[in-house]
Design a binder for this molecule. Structure first.
Ligand code: NAG
Ligand code: NAG
Ligand code: NAG
Length: 104
């Protein structure tokens, strides 16, 4: 009786593993990585059941605001570092705008 139960259990674990996507955010030196992130999420269908990872050992460039698509069961994991613009005034102008829909 034991063996069939074990098969069922491992079968459902396999299903869960397949249904979950882990996406490593891409980085390009001296470029803003945020536009590529947003289009990868949208075009890659990474809007549900996924981990979006800022990989360890990478210094990402968050030089613009991000408007994420609608996300369901998506975790954002920061293992790497993120560099923000030096010009705080410019950031405040975008974030403080009454029509700002995103995140920075
Ligand atoms: C996400 O996972 C849930 C629960 O496993 C499932 O019901 C749903 O269909 C999945 N959504 C997508 C887009 O894969
Ligand atoms: C990330 O930040 C940590 C702590 O400041 C630093 O030790 C590490 O070298 C940084 N890594 C990168 C890729 O910038
Ligand atoms: C910072 O941003 C503001 C608003 O966009 C701009 O007027 C200013 O010239 C910028 N300062 C620097 C040092 O780039």
């Amino acid at each position: 009786m034991r063996a069939p139960v074990l098969y069922l259990f491992s079968g459902s674990l396999l299903f869960v593993a397949r249904a979950w996507t882990t996406f490593d955010v891409l980085h390009t030196d001296n470029q803003d990585d945020m536009p590529g992130l947003v289009s990868a999420l949208e075009s890659g269908g990474i809007t549900a059941n996924a981990t979006v990872r800022f990989a360890a050992g990478t210094l990402y460039n968050a030089w613009s605001a991000v408007k994420f698509p609608a996300l369901t069961s998506v975790e954002i994991v920061f293992e790497g570092n993120v560099s923000f613009p030096d010009n705080i005034t410019a950031v405040q102008q975008v974030v403080g705008a009454s029509n700002f829909p995103g995140a920075w």
